[in-house]
Design a protein around this ligand. Structure first.
Ligand SMILES: NC(=O)C1=CN([C@@H]2O[C@H](COP(=O)(O)OP(=O)(O)OC[C@H]3O[C@@H](n4cnc5c(N)ncnc54)[C@H](OP(=O)(O)O)[C@@H]3O)[C@@H](O)[C@H]2O)C=CC1
Ligand SMILES: CC(=O)N[C@@H](CCC(=O)OP(=O)(O)O)C(=O)O
Length: 337
């Protein structure tokens, strides 16, 4: 199969190329770049050490390359103009937020800007793999979720679905700096970020509040999320703590619920009372889930690698599901030291 990556020199694009280069079902890899067209792929990512020969091509050359699957790792609204030419010809997996909302209003409210191609809204599946696996199998447009929504939703959804948790939910989320992408920004400089930690865009000021809330609402259970993201001085990694009120719960029941929902999922590790750590899963496509019951409240802990399960890894997982490959092909369940 032939795979193309748009935005190939950005963080998630680079990681997609690396992962796809050792994926047994990918015979040919096309790296599309706006800033590096014509340059060798290795010059854009010296870490590859010759694993992907060839050069970056421009977007105008993509159609003649005839890809079977296109990963778009471009900023929000940048890839929509290219969609039209590939509908019906290739499966598109978009890492941006362009197609994550089912309504134009939902997107525009969260992003404060007009949607560039509303005709595609509602045509994509929200690619939270463990929840929408059956729909991913049949869709040619797959909207990969954001990293915060992936890490927050995975522990919460089973509990809402079972009616164990409802009402006010408080989520504190910590992200590594690579979550902000490779673009140059003063706030992302080493001197600004090392030995430093702060919250940003609290509550509804962050666009992921509504991306998470809409998915919680689809369970049919009423909830009210208060979401606060933080930047922490890690290169990669995300840790989320959600506090929720429960209506009578013990450790064993919680363990049974998670086992029922995720027991067969290769990338979910049910930690129980052992609190997850980002360093345990770095480089893997895992989400580790732990918890602590405190009287009438439960603390849910979850950790992912923002560039893997939060972006490129989940995108490959979705490709595997869509094309009927083993879900773990080209991905790891173990973390690096
Ligand atoms: N970083 C993360 O943890 C996560 C990111 N995402 C989403 O994935 C997408 C890619 O993110 P990420 O790889 O981190 O971003 P980067 O900023 O690292 O890379 C984006 C790449 O897109 C290309 N590009 C094309 N047009 C533009 C433009 N107008 N402005 C800036 N870049 C442009 C550039 O590559 P080139 O010149 O090669 O075309 C650039 O390197 C985004 O939509 C992001 O929201 C989703 C989940 C997690
Ligand atoms: C640290 C940091 O800046 N994180 C990004 C989220 C990255 C991500 O997953 O989100 P999208 O795919 O929706 O861009 C932010 O807060 O906007």
């Amino acid at each position: 199969m032939k795979a193309a990556v748009l935005g190939a020199s950005g963080y998630t694009g680079m990681l997609l190329l690396r992962l796809l280069s050792s994926h047994k079902n990918i015979e040919s890899l096309i790296a599309v770049s706006t800033t590096k067209t014509g340059e060798t792929i290795e010059s854009g990512d010296p870490g590859l050490f010759g694993n992907i020969p060839g050069r970056y091509i421009g977007i105008d050359e993509l159609e003649s390359a005839e890809p079977d699957v296109i990963f778009s790792a471009l900023p929000h609204l940048a890839s929509l103009p290219f969609y039209k030419g590939f509908i019906g010809k290739a499966v598109i997996i978009d890492l941006s937020a362009d197609l994550r909302y089912e309504t134009k209003e939902g997107f525009e409210k969260a992003y404060g800007t007009e949607h560039a191609a509303p005709e595609f809204i509602g045509k994509a599946v929200f690619g939270l793999s463990e929840w929408y696996r059956d729909k991913v199998k049949t869709h040619d447009l797959i909207a990969n979720p954001g990293c915060y929504p992936t890490c927050t939703l995975l522990p919460l959804l089973p509990l809402l679905k079972e009616g164990i948790v409802e009402g006010d939910l408080t989520t504190t989320a910590l992200s590594g700096i690579s979550g902000a992408g490779k673009k140059a920004a003063i706030n992302n400089l080493f001197v600004e970020r090392s030995e430093n930690c702060n919250a940003y865009n609290p509550g509804k000021k962050h666009r992921h509040q509504s991306e998470i809330q809409k998915e919680l609402d689809y369970t049919g259970v009423k909830s009210n999320l208060l979401f606060t993201p933080h930047l922490v001085p890690l290169r990669r990694g995300m840790f989320v703590t959600t506090t929720a009120y429960h209506n009578g719960l013990n450790h064993e029941q919680l363990k049974n619920v998670y086992s029922e929902y995720y027991g067969k999922d290769p990338f979910i590790k049910i930690n129980g009372s052992s609190i997850p750590e980002t360093s345990h899963l770095w480089g893997s496509n895992r989400c580790d889930i732990g918890w602590e019951i405190c009287d009438d409240r439960v603390l849910l802990f979850s950790a992912i690698d923002n560039l893997m399960k939060g972006a490129s890894g989940q995108a490959i997982q979705n490709m595997n599901i869509r094309f009927g490959f083993d879900e773990t092909t080209g991905l790891r369940t173990w973390g690096d030291l």
